[in-house]
Every structure is written in structure tokens, then in C-alpha cells.
Write a protein that binds this ligand. Structure first.
Ligand SMILES: [Zn+2]
Length: 252
């Protein structure tokens, strides 16, 4: 497969990710309905809707209302292109590549939705749990992914550990610290990467989240009890887990 094709696929799926990030929190149909400007609600013609390129041709402004278009659209598309190229570089044309591309798009969408809206949609976590579990029955993917027993334990462990944190936090503080969306996301991680990933991802995501809020805590603009989205840290930690596991396997 040509690298140009990977880039085009990355851009197109990246632009689909943008639609999901914009519409899923508003419960609007993702597939139905043409793209429109969120500011003036006018439809966007196809030549103004080319991933990345149109943004720069239009100077970052809507052709009709001249209001600025969020740079986030370009960032999401660029990240997706880079992740597609990276996956293709390491795994070529394979089932693993397709699986990892699916997971990376889902992670990308969840990352941005949770970051802005503090929600993790079930329409993303449920299918990814199922795919993560089903893929563990494929005998051709042994070393990279866990077998189905490990996958199942991983999923239950991931869900259970955050469910317990929520439960005990509620008993102690009479309020919720994390959401069940986080539990479902960690279940996805467990189904995909096995039970061993859970303590690693849980620990690393907590460290990352603390590092991120530390400056605000010091400035006292936030309290330790302030709500922060936890999903993005779970995602970053999972990527680090996967990459470091690959590295270790190459060394052995
Ligand atoms: Zn507009």
C-alpha cells in the first residue's frame, strides 16, 4: 500500500473523527446531515471541507460568516494522519493495522470529547470492548495481544477497579470523583491489552493527571476535589503501555 493512500485515509478518518467529536456530545446523527459551520449554520461546500488543506486555503475562517474555524479540526486530522502512518510503518497491511487504526480513532474521539465535555460516550466504549475481546480469539495475533481469558479478566478488572474507586469515594465524600465512563474506558484497555495493563495504566494515568493539575493546585485556582476529565490520561497511559511493551519485546 502506498504511503500517500495511508495519508489520505488518515485525513478522511480524521475528518470523520471531527464530526463525531462535534456531534456525539450533542446526540446528533453522526452519519446523517451534511457538514455545516457551527457559527452561521450554513452548509459547507465540499471544496471548503477538504481535511487540513481547506483550513489554510480559507485562512482559518468560514467562507460565509468569516468567523474563525477552530484549529482543533486541523489538530485532530493531523494526529490521525500521524497515528495512521505510525501504525502502518510498524505493522504494514495486516489485521493488526486495521485493529489498531480502529482503536486509535476511538481513542482520539474520546480524548477530545472527554476533555471538553467530561463524558465518554457508550457508543464508542461498548463496540471497542467487543472488538477487543473478539480479537483475542484470533490465533494469529498471539504475542502482541492477550488471549481471550486474559482479555476477559482484563476487561472485568479494568471496569471493577474504577467502579470500586467510585463506590468507596462516594461512601467517604458523598460525591462522585470519577464517572462510569472512565470505568468503561479502562475496561476497553483491559480487553485489548490484558489484565497486566490495568495497574500500569491506572498508576501512570493518575501520575499524568496529577502533573497536569499540579500548577493549578499550587496557584490554588483549583481544589483537589475539582472535577477533571480522566479519560485523556487513561488514553495517554495506554499508548505508553503499548509502546513500551513493544520496545521490551524487541529487546528480548
Ligand atoms: Zn460560518
Amino acid at each position: 500500500m502506498d504511503i500517500a493512500l495511508v495519508i489520505i485515509l488518515g485525513a478522511l478518518w480524521g475528518s470523520f473523527a471531527n464530526v463525531c467529536i462535534f456531534r456525539l456530545p450533542k446526540e446528533k446523527g453522526v452519519v446523517s446531515g451534511r457538514s455545516y459551520c457551527p457559527k452561521c449554520k450554513k452548509k459547507i461546500v465540499w471544496y471548503d471541507n477538504i481535511p487540513i488543506i481547506s483550513f489554510f486555503l480559507l485562512g482559518g475562517k468560514c467562507r460565509k460568516c468569516k468567523k474563525s474555524i477552530s484549529i482543533q479540526y486541523v489538530i485532530v486530522e493531523a494526529i490521525n494522519i500521524v497515528s495512521f502512518i505510525t501504525i502502518y510503518y510498524f505493522f504494514g497491511v495486516s489485521v493488526i493495522t486495521v485493529l489498531l487504526m480502529m482503536l486509535s480513532i476511538s481513542f482520539l474521539i474520546i480524548f477530545f470529547i472527554d476533555f471538553e465535555h467530561f463524558i465518554i460516550p457508550n457508543v464508542l466504549t461498548f463496540p471497542m470492548m467487543i472488538v477487543g475481546f473478539l480479537k483475542s480469539f484470533d490465533p494469529n495475533l498471539p504475542s502482541l495481544f492477550p488471549n481471550y481469558i486474559n482479555s476477559l479478566i482484563g476487561g472485568l478488572f479494568g471496569y471493577g477497579v474504577i467502579w470500586s474507586i467510585i463506590y468507596f469515594y462516594k461512601q467517604l465524600r458523598k460525591k462522585e470523583g470519577m464517572g462510569l465512563g472512565d470505568a468503561k474506558l479502562l475496561a476497553v484497555v483491559g480487553f485489548w491489552f490484558g489484565w497486566i495493563s490495568i495497574p500500569f495504566v491506572l498508576f501512570l494515568s493518575s501520575v499524568l493527571a496529577l502533573l497536569w493539575v499540579a500548577p493549578d493546585l499550587i496557584k490554588k485556582s483549583k481544589k483537589l476535589t475539582s472535577q477533571i476529565p480522566f479519560g485523556p490520561y487513561i488514553i495517554l497511559a495506554s499508548i505508553l503501555f503499548f509502546v513500551s511493551k513493544q520496545k521490551l519485546m524487541l529487546m528480548l
